[in-house]
Design a protein around this ligand. Structure first.
Ligand SMILES: Cc1cc2nc3c(=O)[nH]c(=O)nc-3n(C[C@H](O)[C@H](O)[C@H](O)COP(=O)(O)O)c2cc1C
Length: 178
Protein backbone atom coordinates (compact mmCIF):
# COMPACT_ATOMS: atom_id res chain seq x y z
CA UNK A 1 0.00 0.00 0.00
CA UNK A 2 1.16 3.58 -0.68
CA UNK A 3 2.80 5.32 2.26
CA UNK A 4 1.85 8.92 3.02
CA UNK A 5 4.58 11.57 3.15
CA UNK A 6 5.78 12.36 6.65
CA UNK A 7 4.21 15.22 8.61
CA UNK A 8 7.25 17.51 8.17
CA UNK A 9 7.14 17.23 4.38
CA UNK A 10 3.41 17.87 4.44
CA UNK A 11 3.81 20.96 6.63
CA UNK A 12 6.64 22.27 4.43
CA UNK A 13 4.47 21.89 1.35
CA UNK A 14 1.51 23.56 3.04
CA UNK A 15 3.63 26.68 3.65
CA UNK A 16 3.14 27.42 -0.05
CA UNK A 17 -0.65 27.44 0.24
CA UNK A 18 -1.68 31.03 1.08
CA UNK A 19 -4.74 31.37 3.31
CA UNK A 20 -6.95 34.03 4.78
CA UNK A 21 -6.68 34.29 8.58
CA UNK A 22 -9.87 33.93 10.59
CA UNK A 23 -11.00 33.76 14.20
CA UNK A 24 -13.51 30.96 14.78
CA UNK A 25 -15.68 31.54 17.84
CA UNK A 26 -18.31 29.63 19.81
CA UNK A 27 -20.27 30.12 23.02
CA UNK A 28 -21.02 27.36 25.48
CA UNK A 29 -22.51 27.50 29.00
CA UNK A 30 -22.20 31.28 29.02
CA UNK A 31 -18.51 31.34 28.11
CA UNK A 32 -16.91 32.60 24.90
CA UNK A 33 -14.26 30.58 23.10
CA UNK A 34 -12.20 31.31 20.02
CA UNK A 35 -9.09 30.38 18.06
CA UNK A 36 -7.19 31.60 15.04
CA UNK A 37 -7.73 29.34 12.02
CA UNK A 38 -6.72 29.28 8.39
CA UNK A 39 -8.42 25.94 7.66
CA UNK A 40 -11.68 27.49 6.47
CA UNK A 41 -13.22 26.84 3.07
CA UNK A 42 -16.48 27.31 1.21
CA UNK A 43 -18.28 24.03 0.43
CA UNK A 44 -21.37 24.91 -1.56
CA UNK A 45 -23.65 27.91 -2.12
CA UNK A 46 -26.87 25.82 -2.13
CA UNK A 47 -27.32 25.37 0.73
CA UNK A 48 -24.79 28.00 1.84
CA UNK A 49 -22.16 25.92 3.62
CA UNK A 50 -18.57 26.31 4.72
CA UNK A 51 -16.16 24.05 6.57
CA UNK A 52 -13.64 24.58 9.32
CA UNK A 53 -10.96 22.19 10.62
CA UNK A 54 -10.35 22.43 14.36
CA UNK A 55 -7.78 20.59 16.47
CA UNK A 56 -9.51 18.35 19.01
CA UNK A 57 -7.12 19.67 21.67
CA UNK A 58 -8.14 23.30 21.14
CA UNK A 59 -10.33 24.73 23.90
CA UNK A 60 -12.83 25.95 21.28
CA UNK A 61 -13.36 22.42 19.92
CA UNK A 62 -15.55 21.26 22.81
CA UNK A 63 -17.59 24.47 22.83
CA UNK A 64 -18.19 24.24 19.10
CA UNK A 65 -19.12 20.54 19.25
CA UNK A 66 -21.51 21.05 22.18
CA UNK A 67 -23.18 24.26 21.01
CA UNK A 68 -23.33 22.94 17.41
CA UNK A 69 -22.66 26.48 16.24
CA UNK A 70 -19.73 28.74 15.37
CA UNK A 71 -18.87 32.01 13.71
CA UNK A 72 -16.03 32.54 11.21
CA UNK A 73 -14.68 36.09 11.54
CA UNK A 74 -12.46 36.96 8.56
CA UNK A 75 -9.62 39.19 9.75
CA UNK A 76 -8.48 42.45 8.16
CA UNK A 77 -4.85 43.11 7.21
CA UNK A 78 -4.43 45.24 10.38
CA UNK A 79 -5.49 42.39 12.68
CA UNK A 80 -2.28 40.34 13.08
CA UNK A 81 -2.24 41.23 16.82
CA UNK A 82 -5.72 39.75 17.20
CA UNK A 83 -4.59 36.64 15.34
CA UNK A 84 -1.69 36.34 17.81
CA UNK A 85 -4.04 36.68 20.80
CA UNK A 86 -6.32 33.93 19.50
CA UNK A 87 -3.47 31.56 18.67
CA UNK A 88 -1.82 31.48 22.08
CA UNK A 89 -0.56 34.94 23.15
CA UNK A 90 -3.64 35.15 25.39
CA UNK A 91 -5.90 32.44 26.79
CA UNK A 92 -9.56 31.96 27.71
CA UNK A 93 -12.07 34.78 27.53
CA UNK A 94 -9.28 37.40 27.88
CA UNK A 95 -8.80 36.91 24.14
CA UNK A 96 -11.99 38.93 23.63
CA UNK A 97 -10.98 41.92 25.78
CA UNK A 98 -9.36 44.22 23.22
CA UNK A 99 -12.19 44.40 20.68
CA UNK A 100 -15.94 44.84 20.33
CA UNK A 101 -18.10 41.77 19.75
CA UNK A 102 -21.76 41.21 19.04
CA UNK A 103 -24.02 38.17 18.35
CA UNK A 104 -26.18 37.01 15.47
CA UNK A 105 -28.60 34.06 15.12
CA UNK A 106 -26.47 31.37 16.81
CA UNK A 107 -25.12 33.50 19.68
CA UNK A 108 -21.49 32.85 18.72
CA UNK A 109 -19.23 35.91 19.17
CA UNK A 110 -19.10 38.14 16.07
CA UNK A 111 -16.22 40.62 15.67
CA UNK A 112 -17.83 43.97 14.85
CA UNK A 113 -15.07 45.15 12.52
CA UNK A 114 -14.14 41.87 10.85
CA UNK A 115 -13.98 42.03 7.05
CA UNK A 116 -16.97 39.69 7.06
CA UNK A 117 -18.43 37.19 9.54
CA UNK A 118 -20.28 33.95 8.81
CA UNK A 119 -22.59 32.77 11.60
CA UNK A 120 -23.10 29.01 11.21
CA UNK A 121 -24.97 25.99 12.59
CA UNK A 122 -23.07 22.70 12.48
CA UNK A 123 -24.79 20.31 10.07
CA UNK A 124 -22.11 17.58 9.82
CA UNK A 125 -18.77 16.67 11.35
CA UNK A 126 -15.96 14.30 10.52
CA UNK A 127 -13.13 13.36 12.88
CA UNK A 128 -9.84 12.67 11.12
CA UNK A 129 -6.54 12.33 12.94
CA UNK A 130 -5.98 15.26 15.29
CA UNK A 131 -8.72 17.44 13.80
CA UNK A 132 -12.48 17.56 13.30
CA UNK A 133 -13.96 18.96 10.10
CA UNK A 134 -17.19 20.81 10.89
CA UNK A 135 -19.60 21.73 8.11
CA UNK A 136 -21.56 24.83 8.99
CA UNK A 137 -24.75 26.02 7.34
CA UNK A 138 -24.50 29.80 7.16
CA UNK A 139 -27.41 31.43 9.03
CA UNK A 140 -26.28 35.05 8.72
CA UNK A 141 -23.50 37.05 7.08
CA UNK A 142 -22.33 40.34 8.60
CA UNK A 143 -20.25 42.68 6.45
CA UNK A 144 -18.16 44.44 9.09
CA UNK A 145 -15.57 46.97 7.93
CA UNK A 146 -14.22 47.22 4.40
CA UNK A 147 -10.54 46.52 3.90
CA UNK A 148 -8.02 43.96 2.73
CA UNK A 149 -7.75 40.45 4.18
CA UNK A 150 -4.97 39.29 6.49
CA UNK A 151 -3.14 36.45 4.77
CA UNK A 152 -0.79 33.73 5.99
CA UNK A 153 1.81 32.11 3.71
CA UNK A 154 5.34 30.73 4.07
CA UNK A 155 4.90 30.84 7.86
CA UNK A 156 4.32 34.61 7.91
CA UNK A 157 1.50 37.10 7.86
CA UNK A 158 1.14 38.77 4.47
CA UNK A 159 -0.99 41.46 2.89
CA UNK A 160 -2.16 41.94 -0.67
CA UNK A 161 -0.13 44.79 -2.20
CA UNK A 162 -3.30 45.99 -3.85
CA UNK A 163 -6.59 44.38 -4.69
CA UNK A 164 -7.03 47.04 -7.37
CA UNK A 165 -4.09 45.61 -9.36
CA UNK A 166 -5.53 42.10 -9.39
CA UNK A 167 -5.96 40.28 -12.68
CA UNK A 168 -9.60 39.61 -13.65
CA UNK A 169 -10.59 36.08 -14.63
CA UNK A 170 -11.49 35.58 -18.31
CA UNK A 171 -15.17 36.11 -19.18
CA UNK A 172 -17.34 33.14 -18.21
CA UNK A 173 -14.95 31.67 -15.63
CA UNK A 174 -15.65 31.98 -11.97
CA UNK A 175 -15.11 30.05 -8.76
CA UNK A 176 -18.65 28.69 -8.52
CA UNK A 177 -18.57 27.10 -12.01
CA UNK A 178 -21.84 25.87 -13.57
C1 LIG B 1 -1.92 31.43 11.26
C2 LIG B 1 -2.49 30.34 12.14
C3 LIG B 1 -3.44 29.47 11.63
C4 LIG B 1 -4.01 28.47 12.41
N1 LIG B 1 -4.97 27.66 11.87
C5 LIG B 1 -5.55 26.71 12.65
C6 LIG B 1 -6.62 25.92 12.14
O1 LIG B 1 -7.04 26.07 10.99
N2 LIG B 1 -7.19 25.00 12.98
C7 LIG B 1 -6.75 24.80 14.26
O2 LIG B 1 -7.29 23.94 14.96
N3 LIG B 1 -5.74 25.54 14.77
C8 LIG B 1 -5.14 26.50 14.00
N4 LIG B 1 -4.15 27.28 14.52
C9 LIG B 1 -3.69 27.04 15.90
C10 LIG B 1 -4.61 27.65 16.98
O3 LIG B 1 -4.94 28.99 16.69
C11 LIG B 1 -3.91 27.61 18.34
O4 LIG B 1 -3.47 26.30 18.62
C12 LIG B 1 -4.82 28.10 19.47
O5 LIG B 1 -4.02 28.49 20.57
C13 LIG B 1 -5.79 27.04 19.94
O6 LIG B 1 -6.64 27.58 20.93
P1 LIG B 1 -6.49 27.19 22.51
O7 LIG B 1 -5.15 27.78 22.93
O8 LIG B 1 -7.64 27.90 23.15
O9 LIG B 1 -6.55 25.72 22.61
C14 LIG B 1 -3.57 28.31 13.75
C15 LIG B 1 -2.60 29.18 14.28
C16 LIG B 1 -2.08 30.19 13.48
C17 LIG B 1 -1.05 31.14 14.08
Amino acid sequence: MDQPVNADQFKLGMRGLAHAVNVITATHAGHRYGLTATAVCSVTAEPPTLLVCVNQRAATHGALAKSKAFCVNVLRAEDSDLSNLFSGAQSGEKRFDTREWTKLATGSPVLLDALVSFDCRVVKKLKHGSHTVFLGQVQQVLFGKKGKPLLYAEGQYAKLASLAHGEPLPEGLDYWGF
